[in-house]
Design a protein around this ligand. Structure first.
Ligand code: SAJ
Length: 407
């Protein structure tokens, strides 16, 4: 039996996947309301294929609780935010989960940490806790780091098909955990040591952040000298060894915009490209604001209230707003004391979260002259004809209509 700690974006699909493949699972979360919802047979967030997975898991052995149980295998999937000032990891959720496990687990238990952690987190924060309980790591408790790699929007597929990394102190434990994940994972499972696994995960997300920053910097260069960045990237990517990602309004989400900071925080003076990339990507919402300003002037739009931002989530077809470029843009506007007028709409966000928010696409469109496409949800892709007559700034390059403005 395994106890999965943390039933959020990673923990829930993982718990369900194990259960659907015959592993007995108890899913634990300190949020009682979330546990109640799951126990009532309702899913807690939208994700392609998650509901089906939920129902097949429910047919097998899975229960949800807000308590930790005594078993010999734990999987921790709790958040690992970073301290906004020091840029270092805040490992508080992970360490509290480990303490709660130590209160109930038998000797010999394996504790797998799936949450993304900066290199050295297990050495610095987790091993000392275990020792303070009088346990010996590697004998009484075994530690493993098996970082998740799934992408919101395609989680269920990727959970099954991606390859994975497992970092363990000994080959024997690594092998045991590999066998467990093999119950559903069809990708290659690579066993290594813990520090390598920690670093590899952060490196993967940092690679993507730097690549996106490069695309964003190219967008700015091309804008300044009247070149088409999309055409340039398209052609460059025909080179067999070039693969530049797409420019956009900024980088959101809880991973790519967060993990590179761990390296900046831990290796100041060494993490230079990484820091520059973070700054470029964090500066994109401001660049979009400048574009809006220029286009308004050019088109004779004098009131911000006639401008509408389409999309509040950090990317297309998900309901996740963490670190979203649109929220960053609105924050920037607030700094300039000019928030409140601009209109906002996102089909995935049904609650009121910002001022000037609409919940009906047509009504939103009726009230604006200019639409800024911040997120390329399918809804807008399938309804581009509704933008007829509007001034359009498309930060995602999804609209081919003549006269559309881009980054
Ligand atoms: N973005 C661009 N241009 C691009 C691609 C993305 O501007 O060409 C933006 C997106 O719009 C979004 C942000 O970057 O705002 C991040 O989105 P994403 O789809 O690239 O990644 P995430 O954050 O949803 O998921 C990532 C994935 N990591 C990698 O691809 C290396 C996923 O595999 C990880 O599991 C996840 O982070 C995580 O939890 O670490």
């Amino acid at each position: 039996m395994i106890n999965v700690i943390g039933l959020g974006y990673i923990g829930l699909p993982t718990a369900l996947m194990f259960a659907a493949h015959g592993v007995e699972v108890v899913g634990t979360d300190y949020n009682k309301q979330l546990v109640d919802t799951l126990n009532k047979g309702k899913i807690t967030f939208k994700e392609e294929g998650l509901e089906e997975l939920f129902f097949s898991a429910l047919k097998e052995k899975i229960t949800f609780s807000h308590e930790y149980i005594s078993t010999d295998m734990y999987i921790i999937a709790v958040p690992t935010p970073y301290n906004k000032v020091s840029k270092k990891i805040d490992a508080g959720f992970v360490t509290r989960a480990v303490e709660n496990i130590l209160d109930v687990c038998p000797k010999g238990a394996i504790v797998v940490i799936e949450s993304t952690i900066s290199p050295g987190t297990i050495d610095r924060f987790v091993r000392p806790i275990i020792e303070s309980y009088g346990f010996t790591v590697g004998k009484d408790i075994h530690l493993v780091h098996a970082p998740e790699r799934i992408i919101p929007g395609n989680m269920v597929y990727e959970l099954k098909n991606n390859s994975r990394t497992i970092g363990a102190d000994s080959e024997e434990i690594g092998k045991k955990v590999k066998e467990l994940y093999s119950s559903f994972c069809q990708g290659e499972i690579i066993v290594t040591d813990i520090r390598t696994a920690e670093m590899t995960k952060v490196v993967e997300n940092t690679y993507r952040d730097i690549n996106i920053a490069f695309a964003n910097e190219l967008a700015k260069i091309c804008r300044s000298d009247n070149m088409d960045v999309y055409e340039i990237i398209r052609i460059a990517n025909h080179h067999p060894r070039v693969n530049i990602l797409s420019p956009g309004p900024g980088v959101g989400g809880h991973c790519i915009s967060v993990d590179p900071w761990f390296l900046v925080g831990d290796y100041p003076g060494l993490a230079n490209i990484i820091l520059a990339a973070r700054k470029i990507n964090d500066g994109m919402p401001e660049f979009v604001l400048e574009r809006i300003h220029d286009i308004m002037k050019k088109e004779g739009i004098t009131r911000t209230s006639k401008v509408g931002l389409y999309g509040l989530t950090y990317k297309e077809n998900v309901d996740d707003m963490r670190e979203s470029p649109t929220l960053q843009l609105l924050e920037n506007m607030e700094k300039h004391l000019s928030v409140g007028e601009i209109k906002v709409y996102d089909p995935y966000i049904t609650k009121d979260v910002v001022k000037g928010q609409y919940h009906d696409f047509d009504l939103f469109l009726q009230n604006v002259d200019m639409v800024v496409i911040m997120v390329g949800h399918d809804e807008i892709k399938e309804n581009l004809e509704k933008l007829e007559g509007k001034v359009i700034l498309d930060t995602r390059k999804i609209c081919q209509k003549k006269g559309t403005y881009y980054l």
